[in-house]
Write a protein that binds this ligand. Structure first.
Ligand code: WT7
Length: 649
């Protein structure tokens, strides 16, 4: 960790929405009188019927309930599109940069966004989708992904985006879990010069879905795709039939806007539910202030719409603010490691937001890939997804930002809807590796992990909880409110538990130290170790598996699997490969094991519980401090694992 301090430049602070004095004043006001603060800032979005009640929140286990602006009505798509038509109908809403630099980029105006969203909304209606229905989106990074999200919002349907890199099994689980009426997909998804067969994957997924579910297919590549009569529909065929205009539905502030499945420490991924009014207020306010977005700026977030970052900071936040948001279909290293910077140069990007894993990967390729591009348009850089190591931070600052661009290290989660702790670029002095201080209305607390007591001294280390609600907070787990309460409100009573550990330094700055639960962070993507384990044990030759994270130079954390085979099975390299392919098929390439260690025995307590703490230490090659192993049923297992640890690959 580094204690170098980078204060905002006077020039940046002068032109910024928020400077240091204003941050302090507004932050204090937001905690002193949240009702008044949010009464005012809730007005940044357009209400059909204004709210009279600001918030109604209860964090007590058994009665957890979170409502913001609850008697207001609005339409999220109208906020992201219609309200801009009079003032900026011809302004570019979305710049789309395709996978291949040889294909032409698109500039989609707000007027065109309106037309395309209405068409897509009417196509969904044609397939029988109405208010409250769920629609799963399994899409490439193409403008139609944004149209589909906004089309759902327009007609009051709830979307659930499934990352295009997930397998058909993972897709099926999410279609079943949300009982979706329609899956919107595309023929194929080009990425890094290769095409992922999305429609074929969707076909396989629907084999595992028992309820009636239709497919709406966008033509992206024109690849040869079989269509199932009655079930599958080309978007362009339906659009030719339906009306051009689609009036937005009047929705309640607390009507669900979307479900997004995310991994937890136990069980299958849970459907995080976000609602309309509070979420949009939060996404739009954080987008404007954290990126210091000004009218006319070109803003680029490199995430995929399959993750919450894509929801809040490619689609909803920027579009609610009438911004120009860039959407990139490809990968940072195709055709070569210069691509991000070429896109910045080509479209004169002003704010650039990416993940530490991408920065580390590109840093490894050498600075010449950056230096050959003109990055003079850049004003601000952002990171998200995992802690950034100071070395990567400094490279980002010096080589990409040329020492000129403030860096916002934004800490947040799928559950939080948007940034909770982050620098404000004109206000906050940054320290490489720290997400610095809370956004307006956010009250972070550090608790002692064992006692659950709040540590009140400025310097503190423990688990990170949030003391009171903010408008963008998730409201429930889809179909399982009890799981919502249990996951986030049962370990530390009266607080929202983030699952992260953290340290607060002498200046009150926060440093996230990583997850304290069985969740690992692989390339900024959250992975439940239990999910990978259950995929492994589903293989007929595997009897037991234990999965932990270990430090990985580029990915942050890698996936380390200890595997025990069924009696009589042979431990071979071929089987290792087979298991990797198996996990990719069960979950998707992002869950692909980095290291598999054969483990004829696993360290267990006498009651049969696997001691992961020990497995984590062995994976980290840190066996000097294994801690107490006296409760192990068979202590010799540990020595075997240490001795055979080189038997991993
Ligand atoms: C977890 C949430 C938020 C969108 C992307 C990931 C880690 C996220 C940071 C950061 C340190 C971070 C935390 C968090 N995380 N941002 N700036 N510094 N850690 O969303 O999949 O919901 O994962 O990512 O551990 O709990 P997610």
């Amino acid at each position: 960790m580094s204690d170098t301090i980078h204060p905002p430049s006077a020039e940046f602070a002068e032109n910024a929405h928020i400077d240091a004095a204003r941050y302090r004043a507004l932050y204090d006001a937001s905690l002193r009188d949240p009702e008044a603060f949010w009464q005012e800032h809730g007005q940044r979005i357009d209400w059909i019927k204004p709210f009279t009640k600001v918030k109604d929140v209860n964090f007590d286990l058994g009665n957890v309930s979170i409502k913001w602006f609850e008697d207001g009505t609005l339409n999220v798509a109208a906020n992201c599109i219609d309200r801009h038509l009079a003032s900026r109908g011809d302004q570019t809403a979305i710049i789309w940069e395709p996978d291949s630099p040889d294909e032409e980029a698109l500039h989609i105006s707000y007027r065109e966004l309106h037309a395309r969203t209405c068409k897509m909304a009417n196509a969904l209606k044609e397939l029988g989708v109405t208010r409250g229905d769920r629609v799963v989106l399994y899409m490439p990074m193409i403008p139609e992904a944004a149209y589909a999200m906004l089309a759902c919002a327009r007609i009051g349907a709830i979307h659930s985006v499934v990352f295009g890199g997930f397998s058909s099994d993972a897709l099926a689980a999410r279609v079943n879990g949300s009982e979706a009426k329609v899956v919107v997909t595309a023929d194929e998804a080009p990425r890094g010069g290769r095409n992922t067969p999305l429609k074929t994957n969707a076909d396989k997924a629907l084999d595992g879905v028992s309820h009636d579910c239709k497919l709406l297919v966008v033509q992206r590549t024109g690849g040869d795709i079989p269509m199932q009569e009655g079930r599958d529909h080309w978007l362009h065929d339906l659009e030719a039939k339906v009306a051009d205009d689609c009036p937005p539905e009047e929705m309640n502030a607390e009507d669900p806007l979307f479900i997004l499945y995310t991994s937890g420490s136990t069980g299958a991924p849970k459907g995080v539910v976000h609602t309309s009014g509070g979420y949009l207020t939060w996404a739009s306010m954080t987008h404007e202030l954290v990126f210091d977005y000004h009218d006319g700026d070109i803003y680029w977030c490199t995430a995929d719409v399959g993750w919450v970052t894509g929801h809040s900071y490619i689609v909803y936040g920027p579009l609610a603010n009438g911004a120009t948001t860039l959407m990139f279909e490809g990968v940072p290293t195709y055709p070569d490691a210069s691509r991000f910077w070429q896109v910045c140069e080509k479209h004169k990007v002003n704010q650039f937001y990416t993940a530490p894993t991408a920065i580390r990967a590109l840093m490894g390729k050498g600075r010449e890939f950056v230096d050959r591009c003109d990055l003079s348009s850049l004003k601000l850089l952002g990171t998200v997804g995992e802690p950034i190591n100071p070395e990567a931070w400094n490279w980002y600052n010096d080589v990409v930002g040329q020492g000129r661009c403030p860096i916002v290290d934004t800490w947040w989660q799928t559950e939080t809807g948007g940034h909770l702790m982050t620098p404000l670029p004109g206000a906050t002095a940054t320290k490489p590796g720290s997400c610095t201080t809370p956004f307006f209305g956010v009250e972070p607390v550090v608790l002692d992990a064992q006692s659950g007591e709040e540590i009140t001294s400025t310097e503190a280390e423990g688990v990170l909880c949030i003391k009171s609600s903010w408008p963008g907070q998730m409201r429930s787990v889809w179909g399982d409110h009890e799981r919502f309460e249990k996951t986030y409100f049962s370990d530390y009573k009266g607080y929202y538990f983030t699952g992260d550990g953290c340290r607060r330094d002498k200046d009150g700055y926060y440093w996230i130290t990583g997850r304290v639960d069985d969740v690992i962070n692989v390339s900024g993507h959250r992975m439940g170790t239990a999910e990978v384990e259950s995929a492994l044990v589903a293989h007929p030759k595997v009897s037991e598996a234990a999965v932990v994270g270990y430090p990985h130079d580029v990915k942050g954390q890698g996936i380390y699997c200890y595997v025990t085979l069924m009696a009589g099975e042979e431990y071979t390299d071929d089987l290792r490969k087979e298991l990797r392919d198996w996990v990719r098929k069960e979950i998707g390439p992002i869950a692909s094991p980095d290291l598999i260690q054969w483990a004829p025995g696993l360290p267990k307590t006498r009651s049969g519980k696997i001691m992961r703490r020990i497995l984590r230490k062995i994976a980290e090659d840190d066996f000097g401090s294994l801690g107490d192993t006296s409760t192990l049923a068979e202590p010799a297992v540990v020595d075997d694992l240490i001795e055979n640890r080189m038997n991993r690959s």
